[in-house]
Design a protein around this ligand. Sequence first.
Ligand SMILES: [Zn+2]
Length: 230
Amino acid sequence: MNLAFIVLEYWWVILPGILLGFYAQMKVNSTYKHFTQVACDSGLTGAQAAREILDRSGLHDVEILETGGHLSDHYDPTRRTLVLSSENYHGRSISALGVAAHEAGHALQHKDAYAPLHARMALVPVTQFASTATTWIFIGGMFMGMAKLATFGLMAFAVIALFQLITLPVEFNASSRARRQLIQIGLISDSENRDVGRVLNAAALTYVAALVSSLLYLLQFALMAAGNDE
Ligand SMILES: [Zn+2]
């Protein structure tokens, strides 16, 4: 989220996105924290559950690593490794199981050559460039003038919004794969499945909020560009 843009014309356009972003962050933190206190019946750690899911799909060579940080869990498609935060790696809670299974879901997508995952991977470099650009266009814009700033802003946020749009099916699909696997292997009960859903849906809301924010930034620059045309 680039708060520098609130000094621009039409700054109020991005306000709902900022508020939704804060709400989504609060929601994921509170839901995740709540279900770290709820032990899972299977007694497995997040790492053990993920290992089970990966092995059942023949992904014996996908390594599971532990990393520091809060909710730093991810699947690295370039190294084909599943990286879990210490809390979820060792945790035996609904939250740990849900997050670990979700990351395993990404590994399953990779194995199945799931198209949106590959589209997302292809967009990573250009999106990183666009994200860096948004921190610089603002400073550059003061020298270039508002018309050019609006054009650069439009291009950068169009790329970022496209990336976040493709992220949505990737994330929702990883979560549904996770829950299906957990049920099929018999690692969770029906009521646990509902709670895993609560954790994963709260996490998904942050991706929706990120997309809404980018679209509003895009709208802000579009209004600026239109205003400068007159
Ligand atoms: Zn994910």
